[in-house]
Design a binder for this molecule. Structure first.
Ligand code: ATP
Ligand code: MG
Length: 439
């Protein structure tokens, strides 16, 4: 559990700045919401239970960073994260219970995260045990081959990497336990027990033999040994704490479940989804295969364009549960230019890495970048506004020839200047049809 205080809102925003350009209001809001959850942990007594998360509604056009902020945030604070389109729940065949699946997915994610972390903690011990198991297999072999090395001598040679490709036959605990569907429509997740574990505890442990190289055996043994070293109950308790107190559920397209007032047709089902979401957002206990998980302090971030509606069209109860509203601004030409270069994973950095993989060096002049941003903005205005996603289609059209010709190009240093950008893109942009298809 996190005892040292996590990042301050300022630090969080600074981290987000490494990936997202602009949208300062939104960054601020999510940073406060995340810090508030830690603050709540520090509050004692009944008051702690009274403090609810600052659930957020993000309002803004497509491709301006809504999902990106939420996703980055969860990575930065190492929080379990689930993204779901609210419209998924209006689909045919939908059952009310489905909204709870988001909490189950969140818990699954948390279990994975804690498991990886614990595996790292025991890795040294697990590696030692794995090495011993490999030696157990190698020792009799070396006898047969007349080398009769001592165990320690063999260990040395193993560490030198002399046996990596040697094949040995190993026993592994069977992983795919038989899955038994007893209850039909109700999955075992609905019950409070881990059915699979219960069943497999009743059956003798089954193993299977496998022929693998020493290299592969090491991987497999390390995994098996670390799972043996990890206390599973503790793991689940930690994952549950993580889910309940740090989990983030991102509900996309929330504006598409706003009802427009009619009493029949799709609106009924939209309102129905809002009603189904309500208990989850207010706090309910969801049964997962790891036991009950409470959703009360999970942070919900919802997002939508709200072009023909507004958050006040949501049912009042739900509005109350999303007290924070942040508006995203449309990205400017200068934002586009910065997005091309500045983020840690920017397109320019990505393409440089791709070119580098073939042994080519890719450079852009400053005016080339400005004009790429310019063209992207123009195409958004001419056809559809897809925000920063436009940069990807434009960059691809721009660099396609190089991407095709590598590694057969003779020069190894490629400089993209304004002239090249114009030459490549002017023709496309002057033809509206072509623009629609290519960009
Ligand atoms: N402000 C920004 N800074 C940096 N990159 C951005 C920004 N906005 C968008 N991007 C880039 O554009 C892509 C799409 O953005 P994102 O997924 O956040 O869109 P969105 O606002 O959630 O839109 P939608 O409503 O379509 O879901 C991101 O993966 C990111 O690469
Ligand atoms: Mg999105």
């Amino acid at each position: 559990m996190d005892k040292k205080g996590p990042m301050t809102p300022r630090e969080l925003v600074a981290h987000l700045d490494h990936y997202i350009i602009g949208q300062d209001d939104a960054k601020k809001a999510v940073a406060i919401a995340v810090r508030n959850r830690w603050r709540r942990q520090q509050v004692s007594g009944d008051m702690q239970e009274e403090i609810y998360p600052n659930n957020i509604i993000m309002i803004g056009p497509t491709g301006v960073g809504k999902t990106e902020i939420a996703r980055r945030l969860s990575l930065i604070v190492d929080a379990p994260f689930v993204k779901m389109e609210a419209t998924r729940f209006t689909e045919v065949g939908y059952v009310g219970r489905d909204v709870e699946s988001m909490v189950r997915n969140l818990m699954d994610g948390a279990v994975n995260m804690v498991q990886n972390q614990k595996r790292a903690e025991v890795s040294e011990k697990a590696e030692e045990l794995a090495e011993n198991r490999i030696l157990d297999h190698l020792l009799p072999l070396s006898d047969v081959e007349g080398m009769s090395d001592s165990r320690e001598k063999l260990r040395e040679r193993l560490r030198e990497g002399l046996f990596e490709e040697r094949k040995i036959e190993i026993n592994l605990k069977k992983k795919d336990r038989p899955f038994i569907e007893i209850l039909g429509a109700i999955g075992p997740e609905e019950l409070n027990i881990d059915l699979q574990d219960t069943l497999s505890n009743l059956m003798p442990p089954s193993t299977k033999k496998k022929f693998v190289t020493v290299r592969e055996a090491r991987e497999l043994f390390i995994k098996e040994e670390s799972d043996r070293l990890i206390d599973r109950d503790e793991l689940i308790q930690e994952a549950k704490w993580k889910t309940e107190n740090t989990g983030i559920i991102f509900l996309d397209e929330i504006d598409k479940i706003v009802s427009e007032g009619s009493r029949s047709g799709p609106d009924v089902s939209r309102q129905g989804v809002q009603r189904d979401l309500l208990p989850l957002v207010e706090g309910t206990t969801v049964n997962t295969k790891y036991g009950p998980v409470n959703s009360e302090h999970i942070l919900f971030i919802s997002a939508g364009a709200f072009s023909s509606s507004s958050p006040s069209d949501l049912i009042p109860e739900l509005q109350g549960r999303f007290p924070i509203r942040v508006e995203f601004s449309d990205l400017t030409r200068e934002d586009f230019r910065r997005i091309l270069v500045e983020p840690e994973n920017s397109l320019v950095k990505q393409y440089k890495a791709l070119f580098d993989s073939e042994g080519y060096q890719l450079e852009f002049t400053e005016d080339a970048l400005t004009i790429i941003a310019d063209y992207s903005k123009k195409v958004n205005e001419m056809s559809e506004n897809i925000g920063a996603r436009r940069l990807q289609t434009v960059m691809n059209a721009l660099l396609e020839d190089y991407l095709f010709e590598m590694p057969d190009l003779s020069m190894t240093s490629i400089k993209i200047n304004e002239g090249y950008v114009r030459e490549k893109l002017d023709r496309i942009i002057q033809d509206e049809e072509l623009t629609r298809y290519i960009l």
